[in-house]
Design a protein around this ligand. Structure first.
Ligand code: SAM
Ligand code: SF4
Length: 351
């Protein structure tokens, strides 16, 4: 089933809407996408319960996955024709992609040079951090939900906590600073881990951000009543530390931030569900198999891979991307009774 396209927002002047052949990635609600998330693989070496089932998924056949050159070409079109200013590589687990340092080097060589980031579970990062730093990587986000080995294994179905901590340390040593840490809290599992995570990050100079769990699990088991909310997380943190709202302009950044114990370190909360920030969204997404998604929760995708492999020009591909952006919905609608979870889970979309 597909969601009908929304009516154009009458507040948006027609002139703000991109016409094919010109301009950036503008949607019917006047938002401009300048931040590109690129999933490099749907595969992963962890099985975080909120993202992937323990048995894994049917991986994309290799022939359907974009090659390194195809990824770089699409990113280049985004940067040169469509105003993309930030590129973040994700997955699945992007460190599983052997060509990652080469892709990062090619993207940091584009003009105008985009900011290039990576979101990773950090397994293998202790080996790869120097090569990624040398390739020009600007930012790194590591996902870590608990410091307790048994709970880590319970959440991820793998006993790899030590590898993750070593990977974070290696990123810091390679100068990929500040290392940002993403944590998802799950009711009845790691819901009380907010303060230990914050104290570990304060001690090591990492910047922690909590992400509210979203309905993007493969089993569709998420429920609104069970999720740990931003309010729950802030209650835990303020019981142990002084938090003062960070005055810095938030812009399109999804995290609300607080200065901890007088600073300089901050902690962030991405309240994707309870305080959604869709109105300021500046994202566009490319899946590992070359589909454009204009939202994590989109129920439709636009195929760029077929065009790419059929000899389309850069200008033709840019037009397809612009058209795909027009239909971006005004919000994710998680709280709407008619909300339907997308068919791909998070690991196959690219978080
Ligand atoms: N494997 C890499 C990692 O874990 O960082 C990159 C891909 S992962 C899908 C990207 C981010 O999405 C991670 O920080 C993860 O915690 C987050 N994530 C995955 N499923 C989620 C969900 N259902 N709700 C909220 N965040 C989720
Ligand atoms: Fe893998 Fe990242 Fe999903 Fe965990 S959150 S299963 S590490 S893709």
């Amino acid at each position: 089933m597909t969601t009908p396209s929304p009516l154009p927002d009458p507040r948006v002047r027609p002139a703000a809407i991109a016409t094919p052949g010109t301009g950036g990635l503008v949607d019917r609600h006047g938002r401009v996408a300048t931040d590109l998330r690129v999933s490099l693989t749907d595969r992963c070496n962890l099985r975080c319960s909120y993202c992937m089932p323990p048995e894994g998924l049917d991986w994309l056949p290799k022939v359907e996955v974009l090659t390194d050159d195809e990824v770089v070409r699409l990113v280049r079109i985004g940067v040169e024709h469509l105003g993309i200013r930030e590129v973040r590589f994700t997955g699945g687990e992007p460190l599983l992609r052997p060509g990652l340092p080469g892709i990062v080097a090619a993207v940091t060589a584009l003009s105008p040079r985009p900011e290039v980031g990576l979101t990773t579970n950090a397994i293998g990062l202790s080996r790869m951090a120097p090569a990624l730093a040398a390739a020009g990587l600007d930012r790194i986000n590591v996902s870590l939900d608990t410091l307790d080995r048994a709970r880590f294994r319970q959440i991820t179905h793998r006993d790899r906590l030590a590898d993750v901590l070593a990977g974070m340390a290696a990123a810091k040593a390679a100068g990929l600073t500040p290392v940002k840490v993403n944590a998802v809290l799950l009711r009845g599992i790691n819901e009380h881990d907010a303060v230990p995570l914050l104290e570990y990050c304060l001690e090591h100079g990492y910047e922690l951000r909590f992400i509210e769990q979203m309905p993007l699990d493969a089993h569709h088991a998420w429920t609104r009543g069970e999720m740990v909310t931003a309010e729950d997380i802030l209650a835990q943190l303020t019981a142990a530390h002084t938090l003062v709202p960070d005055d810095a302009d938030r812009g399109a950044a999804p995290a609300e931030r607080w200065v901890v114990d007088g600073g300089p370190t901050t902690v962030g909360v991405i309240a994707s569900v309870t305080r959604s920030f869709c109105g300021a969204c500046d994202r566009t997404r490319l899946t590992a198999d070359g589909q454009i998604r204009n939202c994590l929760f989109a129920r439709e995708e636009s195929d760029l891979r077929t065009a790419l492999r059929s000899g389309a020009t850069d200008a033709e591909i840019a037009d397809r991307w612009r058209i795909a952006t027009l239909s971006k919905l005004p919000g994710h609608g998680i709280d709407d009774p008619s909300f339907l979870q997308p068919s791909r889970p998070m690991s196959a979309i690219g978080g």
